[in-house]
Design a protein around this ligand. Structure first.
Ligand code: CO
Length: 193
């Protein structure tokens, strides 16, 4: 498992709900936390590790010692959005790129946890922002899609450079071609969604 970078096609995939929370899902979640900590992130969505599942993990402390802060959201549904607040965001799939994004100030989330229990949370602050950012990933949406036209223009060259990197990696075989990536996602969905 590794974190894929923009414009890897899986980042644009609309993910499907998991049908069960089993040992394999536990294994995936553990690996996602390890990768997230290694890159000093506070959240990571399944799309970012090339998996087509509606699942993301968060630890706002970004600290493996702060296990109590670990949150897992399986098949999350957001509702009750209230207010708007703008703040800087980044993403492990777009390293060292940042920009201001408007998000709902408060949001309600329903999801399953790793024990397969339904969890309901009313969120605000950084937690609300992080959940909206990660939930976007499950629909193939990136924070750069939500930048103002001016900020989008400013990062245009950086995005082109990311695209050239991926082209090179696909040409060298380091990253599979688009057809192979799509075929793998279909197979993974057949198994677990
Ligand atoms: Co992200």
């Amino acid at each position: 498992m590794q974190i894929v970078r923009y414009p890897h096609p899986t980042l644009r995939h609309v993910s499907k709900p998991l049908v069960r929370v089993d040992a394999e899902v536990h294994r995936i979640v553990r690996q996602m936390f390890e990768l997230m900590y290694a890159e000093r992130g506070i959240g990571l969505a399944a799309n970012q590790v090339d998996l087509p599942y509606r699942l993301f993990v968060l630890n706002l402390e970004s600290d493996p010692a702060a296990r109590a802060e670990e949150l897992v959201f399986i098949n999350p549904v957001l509702s009750g959005r209230k207010g708007t607040v703008e703040a800087e965001e980044g993403c492990l799939s777009l390293p060292s790129l940042f920009g201001p994004v408007k998000r709902s100030e408060r949001v309600h989330v329903e999801a399953y946890n790793l024990r397969g229990e339904e969890v309901q949370l009313d969120l605000e602050g950084l937690m609300a922002r992080a959940v909206q950012h990660e939930h976007d990933h499950l629909d193939g949406i990136l924070f750069i899609d939500r930048l103002s036209p001016t900020h989008a223009l400013e990062i245009g060259d950086r995005l082109k450079s990311f695209a050239r990197d991926l082209e090179r990696q696909q040409a060298s075989g380091e990253v599979p071609d688009d057809a192979a990536i799509a075929a793998r996602l279909i197979e993974l969905e057949r198994l677990r969604t």
